[in-house]
Design a protein. Structure first.
Length: 289
């Protein structure tokens, strides 16, 4: 199992200085991997990232959310094609970095929709994700679809809804990505969804209810980690948190970061590393009871 952090814990810019800062900070925090958001894939220097990852002994995953211009649920075939092309390019970037996972809101725009997803939009997205899953598998990359709350997509907001969508995708190389922050909004509890998803869980985000320090909010992490243990989950566990002290102004607005709960990336990341590993150890000790 690999423990990591989202790169936005460290930086909101992914030029050479930003990439270096994030990767070196990941190493200092004692983490195994960094999740890099591919917000601007055309201008992301994959060769530089690959070199810095190797130099620091850190592995990478990647994530992103689609926009209105790349929405796979759009009724406009040109927009769907643009989304599929961008995601294909992102897969190539992950492969160039030696990464094994890509995740996030890959199936729709990441925004608040004002209407339910249409049957046509859902089918369009499922078909595109199926094709992308095949390409990802060819590159040795796992593709995981993040289940987010109702304010960020209209396609799926719970683990059970994600399972239904995966059935429509009909590609065994595509898995589900659960996030404790979103689960805390949408699910009835923090254990049942993990058990429901079972071996179709491919990626995990750990985030507190208010996006701040782990353990200082309302998320039932004990129940969540017990669920992970019961299904034998062994994939990435990545800490996610945001502050406008680090993330740029436009992105902070998009994420709704209206107040900052931290201003020290290094301390936050080191704390998250300890918290996650302590939770895993606590669950492991249950077998001794």
């Amino acid at each position: 199992m690999q423990i990591g952090a989202h790169a936005l814990v460290f930086t909101g810019k992914f030029d050479e200085a930003g990439i270096r800062l994030a990767i070196e900070a990941t190493r200092r925090a004692g983490l195994d991997l960094i999740e890099i958001p591919l917000m601007d894939p055309q201008n992301f220097d994959r060769k530089l990232a690959a070199r810095l990852l190797e130099e620091n002994g850190v592995e990478a995953t990647a994530s992103l959310g689609l926009s209105d211009s790349t929405d796979l649920t759009s009724p406009d075939p040109a927009i769907v094609a643009a989304g599929e092309a961008m995601l294909t390019e992102c897969l190539e970037i992950v492969a160039a970095m030696g990464g094994k996972h890509i995740c996030g809101v890959l199936y729709s725009a990441m925004k608040k929709y004002m209407e339910p997803v249409t049957a046509q939009g859902r089918a369009s997205s499922a078909a595109a994700i199926g094709r992308l899953g095949t390409r990802a598998a060819d590159l040795g990359i796992a593709l995981s679809l993040e289940v987010v709350n109702r304010y960020e997509t209209n396609v799926m907001n719970t683990g059970r809804e994600a399972l239904k969508f995966l059935d429509e995708v009909d590609n065994p190389s595509v898995s589900i990505h659960l996030d404790s922050y979103h689960m805390n909004i949408e699910e009835a509890d923090m254990t049942s969804p993990v058990l429901d998803v079972g071996d179709r869980l491919g990626y995990v985000h750990i985030g507190e209810s208010h996006r701040g320090y782990l353990g200082s909010g309302t998320v039932d992490f004990g129940g969540f980690f017990r669920g992970l243990a019961r299904i034998g989950y062994d994939g990435p566990i990545v800490f996610e948190s945001f502050s406008s002290a680090v993330v740029d102004r436009d992105l902070s607005r998009m994420l709704g970061i209206w107040r900052n709960l931290w201003d020290d990336s290094d301390d936050l990341a080191a704390h998250a590393n300890r918290f996650i590993r302590d939770q895993l150890r606590a669950v492991e000790s249950i077998g001794m009871h």
